[in-house]
Design a protein around this ligand. Structure first.
Ligand code: NA7
Length: 548
């Protein structure tokens, strides 16, 4: 018999970042009883936490902002083509204040456990502060990269100086001048930090395990006049984003790699390399993602550009990746990164040759020697995409835990629903389009789709939605098959779920985390499912009225 419990809230949204802010806006507009629970001390998600020097968009700012409000587009002036963290956080606060969304948000709220109560089709959430809340639906706005991971090094607690993961960079300013600083990790984050602080610290020592391919960001200011022009073109800009695979302004070169001469290819690359943002990655020939020889030719081109920047040839060679080609991992965008190694105060330690043995009270010990530091920065990445889910004890039907169901990698329907976990919606979940696109473009789509599911249910009086196992398996197979075509599957990166600091993820067994079909195909697939009355989703037709 159906229990007659009324939940505390109809919807609970987890996370007040880019996703949660837009999700609560949609729910508030519909007059739904919903709240947002946020673990951080304030809203902003990624842009609240990542306060490290150099943190900024790699997306053109005006393609990253929300597209849902014309007023907002008309009011906001992006000051830089690739805006920095303080400005990005100001923007998200501006959005929340403009639409009066703060009143729905509770901060410093960690959700420790969630259990789906089959008897009354409600989620029961247990919070770190001891509260227990219930809701009909939970919408996950956890972000893709919100579970930071530290190396497992002996002695980390013994270090007497300052040390932190970049995600937990202190809120109060960290004095860098005159300091001896270590940065461990050379992913997108490490590369931003290093470029930014190289000329501000006394000594900077970079501990690199594997180099990353990186290309210049080519940032610059956006004047009032340019911003006015951008505003007048917003419809076109978003239309371009919607038709490109990555959700950016960058459209792939649709000519065949081998249909143009090598000279033409080189001329194109010269042009793309000097363009802002991901142009060299995403305006390139499509074969660079799938064809070893095409990828190798481009990689050699980029290697030459690195050699031109770095004066010491031995250092340059250490900065050129050998284990993977350009663009098969997330391409970090750099500002002064390679040039930093031309400075006398910047040193590169190749820890593939001389591994870190331990952290000492005064610094780091490699197999070669001891180093003394005032600050150790761990730019060591994240348990990507599923990590934030795994950190909550999520229990679905029959007591099954989500982290067990996903132990070998996630399996979802459209990246937004999970069999066995009814009424759990993930606008930017694993295997969704958001994970591989310009994030806000992806999550606007995801939030709109999830909100449409909710509206469909409210309209029909449904209280429970769950994808069938068959539909989920079909989607996961589709996602998996696309990896088979991509060179990306061979690279050890967060795109494939590799993380040496997470037990079980360190061997590079591919986890199918992202949808690689591109934004237009993804949107077409999910729209098709919606048009067919959410084919693949089973709705429980027990009417709300039956619950009293
Ligand atoms: P990434 O891209 O996962 O990079 C992490 C870096 O840290 C990478 O260079 C790793 O080397 C290095 N790392 C990780 N663990 C260790 C240990 N234990 N010892 C030494 N070095 C280590 O994370 P980011 O934060 O840079 O970027 C994440 C995303 O944020 C990025 O893609 C953007 O979307 C924004 P490895 O390559 O594994 O040898």
């Amino acid at each position: 018999m159906m229990a007659r419990n009324k939940p505390d809230h109809e919807v609970i949204v987890l996370g007040a970042g880019v996703t949660g802010i837009y999700q609560i806006k949609r729910l508030a507009d519909l007059g739904i009883d919903a709240i947002v629970l946020e673990a951080g001390g304030d809203l902003g998600g990624t842009w609240y936490w990542n306060r490290y020097p150099g943190a900024r968009f790699d997306s053109e700012s005006y393609t990253y902002g929300y597209s849902f409000s014309r007023d907002l587009l008309d009011e906001w002036h992006w000051k830089e083509r690739f805006s920095g963290q303080p400005e990005n956080l100001r923007y998200l606060n501006y959005v929340a204040d403009k639409f009066d969304l703060r009143k729905y948000m509770q901060f410093n709220c960690t959700v420790e456990a969630m259990r789906f109560r089959e008897a009354d089709n409600l989620w029961q959430l247990t919070l770190g502060d001891g509260r227990v809340l219930t809701s009909r639906f939970v919408v996950m706005g956890l972000g893709l990269l919100s579970a930071p991971t530290l190396p497992r090094l002996e002695g980390m607690e013994s270090f007497k100086g300052l040390s932190f993961h970049t995600y937990h960079w202190p809120q109060e300013p960290v004095e860098m001048a005159g300091k001896r600083v270590a940065v461990i990790g050379t992913g997108a984050t490490g590369i931003q930090v290093i470029g930014e602080i190289a000329d501000k610290v006394a000594e900077l020592t970079v501990f690199q395990r594997r180099p990353n391919w990186s290309a210049p960001l080519n940032n610059g200011p956006i004047s009032e006049t340019e911003m006015a022009d951008i505003r007048s073109r917003y419809d076109d800009i978003f239309a371009t984003c919607a038709r490109t695979p990555g959700g950016f302004e960058h459209e792939p070169d649709r000519r065949g790699f081998y249909d143009v001469s090598r000279e033409e290819r080189l001329a194109l690359w010269d042009q793309l390399y000097d363009m802002p943002g991901f142009a060299i990655w995403l305006r390139n020939f499509r074969e660079i993602f799938t064809d070893e020889a095409a990828n190798a030719e481009l990689s050699e081109y980029i290697a030459d550009r690195i050699r031109r920047c770095v004066k010491d040839p031995a250092v340059a060679e250490k900065l050129i990746p050998r284990d993977h080609g350009f663009g098969v991992q997330r391409v970090p965008m750099e500002t002064g990164y390679f040039e930093a190694y031309n400075r006398d105060n910047v040193h590169l330690v190749d820890i593939s040759e001389t591994p870190i043995e331990r952290v000492t009270e005064t610094g780091l010990r490699t197999t070669e020697r001891d180093y003394d530091f005032d600050i150790i920065v761990y730019a060591t990445g994240f348990d990507a995409i599923t990590g934030a889910y795994d950190r909550i004890d999520i229990e679905g039907i029959g007591g099954v835990k989500l982290r067990d169901a996903w132990a070998d990698g996630p399996s979802t329907f459209l990246g937004m629903l999970v069999h066995g976990f009814p009424n759990l919606l993930m606008p930017g979940g694993p295997q969704s389009g958001s994970a591989s696109t310009n994030y806000p473009r992806g999550i606007e789509t995801g939030v709109n789709w999830c909100t449409a599911v909710l509206e469909h249910m409210w309209e029909h009086g449904y209280v429970r939605a769950e994808p069938t196992l068959e539909a989920q398996e079909r989607w996961t197979t589709h996602v998996t098959n696309m990896y088979a075509m991509m060179l990306m599957r061979k690279a050890k990166s967060w795109f494939t779920g590799y993380n040496s600091n997470v037990p079980g993820h360190e061997h590079g067994k591919v986890r199918y985390l992202v949808y690689n079909g591109g934004s237009p195909k993804y949107v077409s697939r999910i729209s098709d499912v919606a048009a067919k009355g959410y084919e693949g989703v089973v709705f429980d037709s027990a009417r709300r009225s039956a619950e009293g």
